[in-house]
Design a protein around this ligand. Structure first.
Ligand SMILES: [Zn+2]
Length: 685
C-alpha cells in the first residue's frame, strides 16, 4: 500500500493475480509425480503434452475457476497452513488452547492471535458499529482552513492511507546506499487514471458504478440521499483532477519520469498553496535533506486543487478515504458494499471470500512478518534454507562461467556483469533479522484500532529509513507468501519460504527435479539482473547503464530471434503468442533453464544421480521444468492473458525453451526435424 513495496514493483514470479480462496480442489500432498506424464505422447513432438498430459487429465478445471495449475494448488495449501497458524494463535491468545504445537512459540504469537481473533470477532465489530470511526469523522468535520487540511492529511497518511499523495521513503537513484523522503502521486480510489479519464465503454461504466458506490457509502455513514449524491460528486471531481495529472502505468515504466530531487524550498515554490513545513513537522520528517518529489506536475495539479476546492468538498473526500481504509474492520454492510464495487463490478468476482480468508489476508498484510516467523518454524527448517542457498550458489557459478564465455558481450561489459553478480545477494526463505513489533499494541476485541495501529507502525517504519543507509537485508514480501523476485536497486534475488515448498522445491526429491523446477526459476530471476532492464543498474544498485551501444545492439539482435520464435505459437483460434509482450520473460525462461541445467550438470559430474522410475536424471530435470507449468485454462482466459500477461502460456514456456536446448534433445534422443528441436536455436544466456 505504501513505501518501497508498492513503489518498486519487483519482478514477481506470477504476474496475474491468483484467486487463492475460490474453492475447488486442494492437493494436500503436493509432490513431483511421474504419473503426470502421458506416456502415449512423443516427448520430441510435444514435450508439454508428454510431461503434463497425465496431470491435465487428472486435474480438470474446477467450475469456479478460469484456470487451474500446479502453482495454484501450492498457493491453496499455503493459505490453509497460514489460516491454521492464525486459528491456533487466536485460540491460544484467548486462553482456549494451551500447549498445542500449532499455538506457536514466537514473541509475537499473542499479537497475531489477537489481530486475527479481533478481525474474526464479527459480533464485536457489529456492536461497535461506527463507534471506532467517530473521532476520525469529528476531526474531519472540524477542518476550517488550509492548515487544518494539511494537519488532517498528515494524520491520514500516518495510518497508511494515500490521500492526495503518498508519503514514504526511497533510495536515491544515483546513490542507492542512501534513503530519502519520497512524495508520489496517489490518492485515487479506482485502479489507475484511465478509469477517470478514458471514454472507453468499460471505463465509462466503471465510473458510473463508482459514483453509485460512493453514494451508497455516504448513505451508510448516515448522509441523506441528496447530500450523499453531492458528496459523491465532490469525491469524483477531486479524484478526476488528480487522475488527469498522474503518470499512466505505461509512462511509469520509465523510472526517470518519477524521480525528481528537490529541496523543501523548491517544493514550496512548486506547490505554494500547501503548508509544507507544517505537514513535515506533523509527520516528523526532517526537511534539511533533499527528497524525491516523484511527479512534479502532479504536485502542481494538487496545488491548484488545494486553491480551487472548497473545504466542504475536501471533507467529503477525507470521509471517503478514512471509511475505505477502515472497511476491513467495519460492519458487514460496509464490507458488502466494498465487495460489490471493487471485486464484483471491477473484478468480475462472483462470490465474497469467507471471513477466515479475509482475516488471514488482513493479518498477512498488516503484521505479516510475525506470521511468517511461525510459518518458517513449522514449514521451513534450517536444512531447507541451507540446501536452497547451495542451489542458488551453483546457479550463480553457472552464470559466472557463462559470462566468461559469452560471445556477444564486450570485455569491459563482462567485467561489469561479473562484478554485479559478485555483489548480488540471494536471500532465501526469511530475513536475517526479524522485524521488531514490540512497540506495536494489538488489543483483543479492537479490530479497527489494531488495523490503524498496525498501519501506523508500518508508516513509521518506512519513515524511519530516511537519512539512514539502506537495509539490504529487508524482505519486501512476507516469508509465507508464495513469491520470488529480483530487485535492481538493492541487487538481490529473493525466494520466500512459502515458495520453497514441494513440488517447487522438495528436499525429499532428487536434485535433478529440484534443479529443473527451483534451480531454473532461480536462474530466471538471476538473469533479470543482467537483461535489458537490469543493465540500467550496476552492482551497487545505482542507476548507471553498464552496457555499450554495441552490447545493446548484439542483445537486441539475439532478442529478435525469440520474438520470431514465440510469435509463431498459437494460443486459441487465430490468437497467437505476442512475442514482443512476452520477450523479457521468454529470455529469462530460456536463460533460467540453461543455468539450472548447467548447474546440475556441473554437480552431477562430481555426484552422479541414478535413473528413477525409468527416467534419467536429465530427463527428470526437464520433467521438473514442465510440471511446474502444467495448467488447465478456459479459452476466454487464455485469450485474455495472451493480450495482457508478460509470460507466455504454460505450454510454450515449456516447449519454447526445451526446443532451444541441445541438452534436451540429448536427454530424450530428439533429432533434427522434430518439433522440439529448433533448427536455429535462440540463445542469449
Ligand atoms: Zn521474470
Amino acid at each position: 500500500m505504501f513505501g518501497m513495496n508498492a513503489r518498486r514493483l519487483p519482478v514477481l514470479l506470477f504476474l496475474f493475480a491468483v484467486c487463492s480462496f475460490c474453492g475447488g480442489q486442494t492437493a494436500t500432498n503436493l509432490r513431483f509425480n511421474i504419473d503426470a506424464v502421458d506416456k502415449s505422447a512423443d516427448p520430441c513432438a510435444d514435450f508439454y503434452q508428454f510431461a503434463c498430459g497425465g496431470w491435465l487429465k487428472k486435474n480438470p478445471l474446477p467450475g469456479n475457476r478460469a484456470y487451474w495449475a500446479v502453482f495454484q494448488q501450492m498457493r491453496d495449501l499455503n493459505q490453509e497452513r497460514v489460516a491454521e497458524i492464525l486459528e491456533g494463535a487466536a485460540k491460544a491468545a484467548s486462553g482456549e488452547l494451551k500447549g498445542n504445537d500449532k499455538a506457536g512459540q514466537g514473541p509475537d504469537q499473542k499479537k497475531i492471535g489477537d489481530f486475527y481473533g479481533s478481525c474474526m470477532d464479527e459480533k464485536a465489530i457489529e456492536t461497535r458499529d461506527l463507534g471506532g470511526l467517530r473521532g476520525e469523522l469529528e476531526r474531519i468535520d472540524a477542518i476550517k482552513n488550509a492548515n487544518d487540511l494539511a494537519a488532517e492529511l498528515a494524520w491520514l497518511h500516518s495510518f497508511g492511507t494515500d490521500a492526495v499523495f503518498n508519503m514514504g521513503a526511497d533510495q536515491k537513484l544515483a546513490d542507492a546506499s542512501q534513503v530519502i523522503a519520497y512524495l508520489d502521486q496517489s490518492g485515487l480510489n479506482m485502479p489507475e487514471p484511465g478509469y477517470y479519464t478514458s471514454d472507453d465503454a468499460d471505463m465509462v461504466k466503471a465510473r458510473a458504478g463508482y459514483k453509485a458506490h460512493l453514494e451508497r457509502e455516504f448513505e451508510l455513514l448516515g448522509d441523506q440521499p441528496t447530500h450523499a449524491a453531492a458528496a459523491a460528486a465532490d469525491v469524483l471531481t477531486i479524484e478526476s483532477a488528480l487522475a488527469r495529472a498522474e503518470l499512466t502505468p505505461v509512462e511509469r515504466r520509465d523510472r526517470k519520469l518519477w524521480y525528481h530531487e528537490m529541496t523543501l524550498a523548491e517544493l514550496e515554490k512548486l506547490a505554494p498553496a500547501f503548508p509544507w513545513a507544517g505537514y513535515f513537522a506533523a509527520i516528523g520528517v526532517s526537511t534539511d535533506r533533499i527528497m524525491n518529489v516523484a511527479v512534479p506536475k502532479y504536485m502542481q495539479a494538487a496545488n491548484e486543487l488545494m486553491k480551487s476546492t472548497p473545504i466542504g468538498s475536501w471533507k467529503n473526500y477525507f470521509r471517503w478515504v478514512v471509511v475505505r481504509a477502515a472497511t476491513p474492520a467495519l460492519p458487514k454492510r460496509f464490507r458488502d458494499a466494498n465487495f460489490d464495487f471493487y471485486s464484483h463490478t471491477l473484478g468480475g468476482v462472483k462470490e465474497q471470500s469467507s471471513r477466515t480468508e479475509q482475516c488471514t489476508r488482513q493479518t498477512n498484510a498488516n503484521i505479516g512478518e510475525a506470521v511468517g516467523r511461525e510459518y518458517v518454524r513449522l514449514y521451513f527448517p534450517p536444512s531447507s534454507k541451507a540446501q536452497a542457498l547451495e542451489m542458488v550458489g551453483k546457479v550463480e557459478d553457472a552464470m559466472r562461467s557463462d559470462f566468461e564465455q559469452i560471445a556477444w558481450m564486450s570485455a569491459r561489459t563482462k567485467q561489469e556483469a561479473i562484478r554485479k553478480l559478485e555483489l548480488l545477494r540471494a536471500m532465501i526463505g526469511y530475513p536475517d533479522y526479524w522485524r521488531d513489533y514490540s512497540s506495536l499494541t494489538i488489543n483483543p476485541g479492537d479490530a479497527l484500532g489494531n488495523l490503524f495501529r498496525a498501519q501506523e507502525f508500518e508508516f513509521r517504519r518506512q519513515l524511519g529509513k530516511i537519512g539512514r543507509p539502506v537495509d539490504r537485508g529487508e524482505f519486501y514480501e512476507t516469508p509465507q507468501s508464495v513469491e520470488g523476485y529480483h530487485d535492481n536497486p538493492i541487487n538481490v534475488i529473493v525466494f520466500t519460504a512459502g515458495i520453497l515448498q514441494p513440488p517447487f522445491f522438495d528436499p525429499q526429491m532428487d536434485d535433478a527435479v529440484n534443479f529443473g523446477m527451483a534451480g531454473a526459476v532461480m536462474g530466471h530471476e538471476l538473469s533479470h539482473a543482467f537483461d535489458d532492464k537490469g543493465h540500467l543498474f550496476d552492482g551497487d544498485g545505482n542507476m548507471r547503464n553498464w552496457w555499450t551501444d554495441e552490447d545493446a545492439a548484439h542483445y537486441n539482435e539475439r532478442a529478435a530471434c525469440f520474438v520470431k520464435q514465440y510469435s509463431a505459437y498459437p494460443v486459441v483460434d487465430d490468437v497467437k503468442v505476442n512475442g514482443q509482450l512476452t520477450l523479457g520473460e521468454n529470455i529469462a525462461d530460456n536463460g533460467g533453464l540453461q543455468l539450472g541445467y548447467r548447474a546440475f550438470e556441473n554437480q552431477a559430474r562430481a555426484m552422479p544421480e541414478k535413473t528413477i522410475d525409468g527416467y534419467t536424471p536429465e530427463q527428470r530435470l526437464f520433467l521438473g521444468w514442465a510440471q511446474w507449468r502444467c495448467m488447465n485454462i478456459t479459452d476466454a482466459k487464455a485469450k485474455e492473458l495472451a493480450r495482457s500477461d508478460g509470460h507466455s502460456p504454460g505450454k510454450w514456456r515449456v516447449n519454447g525453451v526445451v526446443s532451444n536446448m541441445e541438452g534436451f534433445a540429448k536427454a530424450y534422443g530428439c533429432k533434427k526435424g522434430d518439433a522440439m528441436v529448433n533448427a536455429e536455436p535462440c540463445r542469449i544466456w
